[in-house]
Design a protein around this ligand. Structure first.
Ligand SMILES: Nc1nc2c(c(=O)[nH]1)N(C=O)[C@@H](CNc1ccc(C(=O)N[C@@H](CCC(=O)O)C(=O)O)cc1)CN2
Ligand SMILES: Nc1nc2c(ncn2[C@@H]2O[C@H](COP(=O)(O)OP(=O)(O)OP(=O)(O)O)[C@@H](O)[C@H]2O)c(=O)[nH]1
Ligand SMILES: [Mg+2]
Length: 460
């Protein structure tokens, strides 16, 4: 029997109401220990799925903690599939804290992060990718990431994975039968053709999912974008322009920004984590030097680099060195201050730079920003319009499992083609099955499951 757990499920802080969720066999009994009706009567049961007004009492002092609405939901048709009681009290710190204390006093255990959802998963009401989607939904910061999470919660990925696994299972069964009926260990020709032809579309489906992950990961995690360049080119001005607020200090003194300024931003549905950095130059100033070091570190970690140049100054050798570091990266080259007489010679830029990568702006005149947004959008979607739909793979874990499944099938098909003994083929198909299974939480180790749920928030 699972023990009975409770947690505050609403965010902490002052709020209209707050909810405590209790789950487990003893939920109702424990909740009733601290509950009485508005007339001060104790009760022994509550109607299933009915919100009831009453008082939450401290059993020790006999004093009221708060008034509340209480709802009992009978197993198995609940979030966790266990008996659940929810206590809706006033929001704020004290009511919620004291109700939790009163419950713990009755022998209820504090839920671990994600434990409610873990129970929903362990009971089979959700599969692992759906459980992960619950957290994504809570964490989503743009409509697109919200949509993607909702799609996954509704089972878009699980559905596809389950269908592919069924198809693979059929193929494995067909191979099995084929061996049983043939004299040798070989697979007969008809079965070979059939298995081969049916495997290819499965591989195509997997590839499609893998392709969607490029955008999907950015949609879920955000695109870490760092603005770099020499001092005074307008990096902080760009940060402010994109945020549409005066966040970073802008002056005409080179070396104004000394620390990293990080802000989140929703750009056409893409969550950007935007970082403005200290202008990179050789400097004796200790603080600025540290800022420059940080800028260089961030540069390494970023998903996207916006390298900013100044149209009114010549390209320096230091800038060329920075540009060359950007070569293999997702990068945009931004030439700012195009309102000033042009001094920068574009032919002095490294040759590898693609003309699509260069954007010309004048932040003073607010021109060129739309083109910049568009270029960013194209980079994320890789020019694929259909990537904007909500069906995409958003987790690295899923992407990696799909890649492994794909590789195994490729091996399997190769083994088939060269008429290898069937055991070889089967090993590959089984591996693909297992990899796909890992996405939905079948054939995964317990510590992976623990790890995934430990990243959830309390009360979920
Ligand atoms: N008060 C409250 N609001 C909430 C939740 C909750 O647990 N409590 N949720 C979550 O945290 C979300 C809703 N998700 C839920 C998903 C499934 C079930 C559930 O009881 N499912 C049952 C029965 C469904 C039915 O009525 O047919 C089932 O699937 O068997 C409940 C909530 C968002 N809002
Ligand atoms: N003429 C002109 N001036 C600009 C433009 N964009 C920014 N500036 C000015 O350039 C100066 C430097 O801008 P910042 O945004 O502080 O430059 P930065 O790259 O953040 O500089 P550091 O933090 O010192 O590295 C300010 O005086 C801005 O007003 C532009 O498009 N045209
Ligand atoms: Mg600055």
């Amino acid at each position: 029997m699972e023990d009975t757990i409770a947690a505050i499920s609403t965010a902490s802080g002052e709020a209209g109401i707050g909810i405590i969720r209790i789950s487990g066999t003893e939920s109702l009994q424990k909740a009733l220990m601290i509950y009485e009706t508005k007339n001060g009567k104790k009760v022994t049961r509550l109607q299933d799925r009915r919100l009831t007004y009453g008082k939450i009492m401290d059993p020790h002092t006999g004093k009221m903690i708060d008034e509340a609405l209480v709802c009992y939901m009978k197993a198995p048709h609940t979030y966790t599939t266990e008996d659940v009681v929810e206590i809706q009290c006033h929001g704020g710190y004290i009511s919620l804290k004291r109700i939790m204390e009163a419950l713990l006093d009755q022998g209820v255990r504090s839920a671990e992060p994600g434990e409610f959802t873990k129970r929903a998963f362990l009971s089979g009401r959700l599969d692992l990718s759906q459980a992960e989607a619950v957290m994504d939904l809570i964490g989503s910061k743009t409509d697109l990431s919200h949509e993607a999470a909702l799609g996954q919660l509704e089972g878009f990925l699980s559905g596809k994975v389950k269908k592919m696994r069924e198809e693979l299972l059929d193929l494995m069964a067909a191979m099995e039968v084929s061996i049983d009926f043939s004299e040798e260990e070989d697979i007969d020709e008809v079965t070979f053709e059939d298995v081969y032809e049916k495997t290819i579309p499965i591989m195509d489906d997997i590839q499609w999912l893998i392709d969607s992950a490029k955008t999907g990961k950015i949609i879920r995690e955000g695109l870490k974008t760092v603005i770099i360049g020499k001092p005074n080119v307008g990096k902080s001005s760009l940060m402010n322009a994109l945020l549409k607020e005066s966040r970073a200090i802008v002056t005409d003194i080179p070396g104004t920004t000394r620390d990293v300024i990080e802000e989140q931003l929703n750009l056409r549905g893409i969550p950007l984590v935007l970082m403005d950095t200290a202008g990179i130059r050789d400097t004796e100033d200790v603080v600025e030097k540290m800022g420059v070091e940080r800028a260089k570190q961030l540069f390494d970690q970023a998903d996207l680099v916006m390298m900013m140049l100044d149209a009114s100054t010549p390209v320096t050798s230091e800038e060329v060195a920075l540009l060359n570091m950007v070569q293999k990266r997702k990068a945009l080259i931004i030439i700012n201050k195009t309102d000033l007489p042009s001094v920068l010679d574009e032919s002095s830029l490294p040759e590898w730079i693609d003309s699509d990568q260069i954007l010309k702006l004048s932040l003073l005149e607010s021109s060129g920003l739309l083109q910049l947004e568009e270029a960013l959008e194209n980079l994320v979607y890789d020019g694929e319009k259909n990537a904007r739909e909500k069906e995409m793979v958003t987790h690295l874990r899923h992407q990696q499992a799909l890649e492994k499944a794909y590789d195994s099938l490729k091996e399997g098909v190769k083994a088939l083609e060269s008429r290898m003994p069937l055991d070889f083929v089967q090993v590959d198909y089984q591996e693909a099955m297992d990899q796909l299974g890992a996405i939905i939480g079948e054939s995964v180790k317990e510590d992976l499951i623990d790890h995934i749920f430990s990243n959830f928030c309390i009360g979920k």
